[in-house]
Design a protein around this ligand. Structure first.
Ligand code: R5P
Length: 298
């Protein structure tokens, strides 16, 4: 019988509770505090000796704090004799630095995943990790859950929408939504300047005139990608633009940028904490994750 243990963050606890009740597993929260100098203290109080433990850790910013806390939790679980440790981190931080773009850079996600594995994480469950390449750096077993078809259906999107990926890397993501809805999909070619971070987009022959468009992406960070794609699609005659994005990092100014570019609704998930706003529809993805974990456990 497995046990679910969540990290200290309120959102880790919320996701842990949801998952535990869906999987009918025991649930415990790690105890902890901050020392006056900022260092983190954690303590795992339930007995985990010879137990299969699923650690739930939410990685919203500041993600570096969440990472250190997670490392300490994993070490405590090993020390306490857990027989296996599975990590469920819905949003995988550093996933976008999955290769060296400019000489001298690290492969940041590789450093993070190797560190977690070497500490004792044997299995990893993530939701829509940025790329398969990012996950290939984890030496253990990985499940990458794609919640987009589920989210699209629950949000009531229809087969008459045009599903657009705002870059070539997201084509299969958009296709998975289009297939689920029986809709058409296409992509915009995005180029990011690796030094300045600025983006430019080429829509090619894409003709969105009179269509209700849904832009599908994995991450909304500054909102620049979704805002620019929306602006171009509306300029080219799209009737409306909605956004379906798995992880909204909810950075200051991002929502305003995206809605200011004409996006009428942002459909996102609870992989990260979300604001309560009429323009944001939040879909709980734990049923999809629980289904994947249940298959493992059986
Ligand atoms: C990039 O490859 C990702 O898929 C997202 O499109 C990107 O991370 C979004 O970032 P931002 O919101 O800052 O444009």
């Amino acid at each position: 019988m497995a046990i679910i243990v969540s990290g200290l963050r309120a959102h880790s606890r919320l996701l842990g509770e949801l998952l535990a009740s869906r999987l009918n597993l025991r649930f415990a929260v790690v105890e902890g505090k901050r020392f006056p100098d900022g260092e983190v203290y954690v303590r795992v109080t339930p007995s985990v000796r010879e137990e299969d433990v699923i650690v739930v850790q939410s990685m919203e910013p500041p993600q570096n704090d969440a990472l250190v806390e997670l490392m300490l939790i994993v070490d405590a679980l090993v020390e306490a004799g857990a027989s296996s440790i599975t990590l469920f981190t819905p949003y995988l931080p550093y996933s976008r630095q999955d290769r060296v773009f400019l000489a001298g850079e690290p492969v940041s996600v590789r450093a993070v995943l190797r560190a977690l594995h070497s500490l004792g994480v044997g299995r990893l469950v993530v939701v829509e990790a940025h790329s398969e390449r990012a996950l290939s750096h984890f030496p253990g077993r990985v499940v990458n859950v794609n919640p987009l078809p589920y989210m699209a259906k629950l949000a009531g999107l229809g087969g008459d929408a045009l599903i657009v990926s705002p870059d070539m890397g997201g084509v299969s993501r958009a296709r998975s939504v289009a297939e689920a809805l029986g809709a058409r999909s296409c992509y915009i070619a995005k180029v990011r300047d690796r030094v300045t971070g600025s983006i430019s987009m080429d829509v090619g022959s894409l003709d969105p005139r009179g269509l209700d468009v849904v832009i599908v992406d994995d991450i909304m960070s500054t909102g620049g990608t979704l805002a620019e794609a929306s602006r171009i699609l509306l300029e080219r005659g799209a009737r409306s633009v909605q956004v379906l994005v798995v992880h909204n990092l909810n950075l200051p100014g991002a929502l305003e940028k995206v809605t200011g570019a004409g996006v009428s609704r942002i459909i996102t998930s609870n992989t990260l904490p979300q604001p309560r706003l009429d323009v944001v529809s939040v879909i709980d993805i734990t049923p999809v994750v629980a289904g994947e974990i249940a298959r493992w456990l059986s």
